[in-house]
Design a protein around this ligand. Structure first.
Ligand code: PHE
Ligand code: ZN
Length: 860
């Protein structure tokens, strides 16, 4: 068996596997360097097969022996696996292989993390465990026996229901074993195994039909006190999926395990979700409100995959958005229901603009459903996930809530236990609504962010909105057809009363006009309410109109957006020709901050302003070359202007939003803390850090401590806090990740590279741990002014570390290469520096397939 040679895989080439799997039996004899995996798999020819070659994937496996129907055979080693001649009738395949979990630093397949065995199989990790048709359209039931050692691995976990647990001292001293049966057919990417010395935080859930489900969160000793919140989130998710989607859990137990070394956030393995510990563990002292909210959302996300992903899975990896877009959409609905709908929507749009727009506007742009790839790990992107969720939101807006609910019922009914495509998904909506969705489907195949332009006209009593759309060329797609864009619009009068509640206009052509009759006076439109489509909006309106909408828009998203656009234009003016900041924006914002009827969390978001990289993207789109230093100076000056303009208000806001009593991570107190912390950050510009110092000293939760730490670092007064924070938290990995990140985030642009170089010398810079690596390198790449400092040193530092990590962990390396995706935005000097680093990476001998694909695409 050889590792697969790099090659491009195409959606159009899909063919079904030649065999059906009737059942899988696996036995794991665990050993840190020599784990034996015994497999016994029942195959039969697939009547739908086009080609009946018997090929099994396998990588980094040592084959001990293989049998067909009990007779030993010698498989042919081929690219990426093995081939065997098999009978044209049902047969049993057996194999014994040896693998080395301890040497597995890529964290894909079976690996070790702090003495604990764990697996990650999505997308193509199962082939590093044993020989198998490792593709999502091969679904089978699994029975798994795990043999371990009572001392090191008292806990032995796999998918499904625990069937047996025992110790059999007669055979091997100290040995233990467990048998797990998963009755639901699943693809291999949902397989999981965990073994280690773990402590369970337990609870139960009674499902809608009255079944009791045992729930456990397994953690390493010492982390027991960080499980309660995750457990509550799990129970809320289970209840919500019953109430809103009618989905009941389908096993007797549901297990979650926290793992310190993990490439991604979490993984939805059937009945055994595995989480990056940063995405499940939380206590008030160590986790911020932001962490709590994220944990609640990720627990929900993984749980919701049980139906959207596991019971109904993907036919092939091109269909990834089928499970991810839908599950992100579902978790967003959940968070909106648990917390504040407008706040969640604004947060999501910020994330979309921050991560998906740059991807879609640069060399990595790809459709929500890509049509080719070399390494599927490179397609777990903001486009597949977040734009994929936006597409579902648009579909729901277009067909309406009731039709959406009906279509989803049909989807679960029709496709349960199947591996599906986007065509299946669209068909369910067409069949249940009789609507032709051919044009809508372009959202899955056309890449790029459409631009919608609005022009207004008023004549007699008729108000007209002329909408048009266009979409710039993206890699492989020079021209685009018009898409179906739902544009939610409301009309206001001069007093700010709504004269027309939100309507959805369907922009289906390049240009289309919509008229509104019977308006004696000219109405004021509020366009793209709730961000009804993932587009950029060009609207020729002045600041007075924006200030009006900021004061009066009845749509909370667009009210926020009006302030955002004022801030953006004020910043662009300051960057491009040094204009002073817009007074209308500052006074409008001030009025809003005073308004106690408004949710504090919402007011805190109002205080925000576009990030430096977002501004760079906007300037680039306008045909200008962004200057990172000028952008940095302008964002700083706007913050200073806010601090000055709100000087009399900030202490009141700060005091009024202090929360007393025991800590609760609920939306309401969290919102107050976020407004108080936003005020503190501005106050620090006035009082030189006095209030921040006090808050740092008195803080009894991480939300307050970290905000004060940040304010002190920002003011250049963080030295004592850096030392104190480390002393206080050096035994808590997740908090030390924050300690690293904060110092990088608040470094002065000219000091960034040196700060990072210094931190990487620290004894705790355990760079093989993805969380720690990202805490430093990921945050450095996101520090716009420092990363793009004219010296080019940050580029070099990042490239050095990517080259170092690549042989150890290609997946995390490749993902972080996206830091370079915007390189063509910048001036010639920076472009040359960036290109040199990209070429240095590309030229490395033995560079992984993952990283090769990324740098090649970025350089193209
Ligand atoms: N499927 C996981 C999720 O979105 C993400 C993931 C992908 C995790 C690949 C690990 C590896 O929930
Ligand atoms: Zn997911």
């Amino acid at each position: 068996m050889k590792d697969a040679a790099p090659q491009t895989i195409y959606l159009k080439d899909y063919t079904p596997f030649g065999f059906i799997v009737d059942g899988v039996e696996l036995t794991f004899r665990l050993h840190p360097t020599k784990t034996r995996v015994f497999s016994k798999i029942a195959f039969r020819p697939n009547p739908a097969a086009i080609d009946n070659r018997f090929f099994l994937h396998g990588e980094q496996l040592k084959l001990i022996n293989a049998k067909i129907d009990g007779a030993e055979i010698t498989p042919r080693a081929v690219d990426g696996g093995i081939e065997v001649d098999v009978p044209d009738a049902p047969f049993t395949w057996e194999a014994e292989v040896e693998i080395n979990p301890e040497a597995n630093t890529a964290l894909e397949g079976l690996y070790m993390s702090n003495g604990m065995y764990c697996t990650q199989c999505e997308a193509e990790g199962f082939r590093k465990i044993t020989f198998y048709p490792d593709r999502p359209d091969v679904m089978a039931t699994f029975t798994v026996r795990i043999e371990g050692n009572v001392e090191n691995t008292p806990e032995l976990l796999s998918n499904g229901n625990g069937d047996e647990y025992g110790t059999d001292q007669t055979v091997t001293p100290n040995s233990n074993y467990a048998v797990w049966i998963d009755p639901w057919p699943k693809p291999a990417y949902l397989f999981a195994l965990v073994a280690g010395d773990l402590i369970a935080h337990e609870d139960t859930f009674k499902t809608m039909s009255g079944k009791d489900v045992r729930l456990s969160i397994f953690v390493r000793p010492g982390d027991e006190h960080k499980c309660a919140f995750g457990m509550e989130a799990l129970k809320k998710s289970m209840k919500w999926d019953e109430d809103v989607y009618g989905r009941e859990y389908d096993l007797d137990e549901f297990n979650i395990v926290a793992v310190d070394d993990f490439n991604m956030g979490a993984m939805e393995n059937k009945g055994l979700n595995i989480f990056n510990s940063s995405c499940v563990l939380a206590s008030p002292e160590t986790a911020t409100d932001g962490n709590f909210e994220r944990i609640e959302a990720i627990i929900a996300h993984e749980y919701f995959h049980n139906w959207t992903g596991n019971r109904i899975t993907c036919r092939d990896w091109f269909q990834l958005c089928l499970k991810e877009g839908l599950t992100v959409y579902r978790d967003a609905q959940f968070t909106a229901d648990m917390r504040s709908e407008p706040v969640k929507r604004i947060d999501d749009v910020l994330a979309l603009r921050g991560r998906q727009f740059p991807e879609d506007q640069g060399p990595l742009s790809h459709p929500v459903r890509p049509e080719s790839f070399q390494e599927i790990n490179n397609f777990y992107t903001a486009t597949v996930y977040e734009k994929g969720a936006e597409v579902i939101g648009m579909l729901k807006t277009l067909v309406g809530d009731d039709a959406y609910a009906k279509a989803l019922d049909l989807y679960f009914d029709r496709h349960d236990s199947q591996a599906c495509t986007i065509e299946d998904w669209i068909k369910v909506f067409e069949d249940s609504t009789s609507r032709d969705l051919t044009q809508f489907k372009l959202w899955y195949s056309q890449s790029g962010t459409p631009e919608v332009t609005v022009r207004e006209e008023f004549e007699g009593d008729i108000f007209t909105l002329h909408l048009s759309q266009s979409s710039a060329p993206t890699p492989g797609q020079d021209t685009k057809a018009p898409q179906v864009i739902p544009v939610a619009v409301g009309l206001l009068n001069d007093n700010g009363d709504e004269v027309l509640p939100t309507q959805v206009l369907e922009l289906t052509e390049t240009e289309k006009s919509f008229t509104f009759k019977g308006h004696a006076t000219r109405p004021i439109p509020s366009v793209l309410r709730g961000f009804s489509a993932p587009v950029t909006l060009t609207q020729d309106i002045d600041n007075a109109r924006r200030a009006f909408l900021l004061a009066h828009d009845t749509d909370p998203f667009n009210r926020w957006e009006a302030g955002r656009n004022l801030a953006r234009d004020s910043l662009i003016g300051a960057i491009v020709d040094g204009t002073a900041h817009n007074e209308d924006y500052l006074s409008g914002l001030k009025a809003l901050l005073r308004d106690d009827r408004l949710d504090p969390a919402y007011r805190a978001l109002m205080l925000g302003q576009p990030s430096q990289s977002e501004l760079a993207g906007i300037l680039h789109k306008q045909g200008q070359i962004p200057d990172p230093a000028a952008i940095h100076a302008a964002t700083e000056s706007l913050r200073d202007a806010k601090a000055k303009a709100f000087a009399d208000l900030l202490p009141d806001i700060y005091t009024a939003n202090q929360v007393t009593g025991p800590f609760s991570p609920d939306a309401e107190p969290a919102g107050k803390r976020s407004l108080a912390n936003a005020a503190l950050s501005l106050l620090t510009r006035l009082d030189g850090g006095e209030a921040a110092e006090k808050q740092y000293k008195s803080a009894d939760n991480m939300t307050l401590q970290l905000a004060a730490f940040g304010a002190l670092l920002d003011a250049g007064k963080g030295d004592n806090a850096i030392a104190a924070f480390y002393d206080q938290w050096n035994d808590d990995r997740l908090v030390i990740d924050k300690w690293f990140s904060m110092q990088v985030m608040f470094a002065k642009p000219e000091d960034l590279a040196a700060t990072v170089a210094n931190l990487t010398q620290h004894a705790d810079f355990d760079w093989k741990n993805p969380n720690r690596f990202r805490a430093v390198m990921g945050v450095m790449a996101a520090h716009h002014a420092g990363f793009h400092h004219t010296s080019g040193t940050s580029y070099q530092v990042l490239a050095d570390w990517l080259l170092k990590l690549d042989p150890v962990n290609p997946q995390t390396t490749a993902r972080m290469c996206s830091a370079f995706q915007t390189w063509k935005r910048y001036d010639d000097d920076r472009q040359a520096l960036l290109k040199a680093q990209l070429e240095r990476i590309a030229g490395q001998n033995g560079l992984s397939r993952d990283t090769t694909e990324m740098v090649t695409r970025i350089l193209e």
